[in-house]
Structures are given as C-alpha cells and as structure tokens.
Design a protein around this ligand. Structure first.
Ligand code: ZN
Length: 48
C-alpha cells in the first residue's frame, strides 16, 4: 500500500505538498520548499 504524507509549512501551517511516504522514508521529515502563502522558501514538515 502506498500512502502519501502532507508537507506542512512550519511557518504558516498550510499543507502545500504531498509526497509518497516511501520516497520520504529515508530522508528527514523536514524539507525546504517554496510556500505560496509565505511567498518564500520555508521549512516543511511531513505529517503522515
Ligand atoms: Zn507558509
């Protein structure tokens, strides 16, 4: 079963991205991504 995890902006809390759980399992669950609400790159955390 493949599941997805949402990447949540640690600054504003909006969920901007979804990534496959498998692809993220070996990485840290914190990724820098661009947030549209913040208008800049922020730290995104994965929430299963
Ligand atoms: Zn944000």
């Amino acid at each position: 079963m493949k599941s997805k995890v949402a990447l949540e902006c640690s600054n504003c809390g909006s969920r901007n991205y979804n990534v496959p759980a498998n692809a993220n399992s070996k990485q840290r669950l914190e990724i820098k991504k661009f947030c549209n609400k913040c208008g800049k790159q922020t730290l995104h955390r994965a929430n299963p």
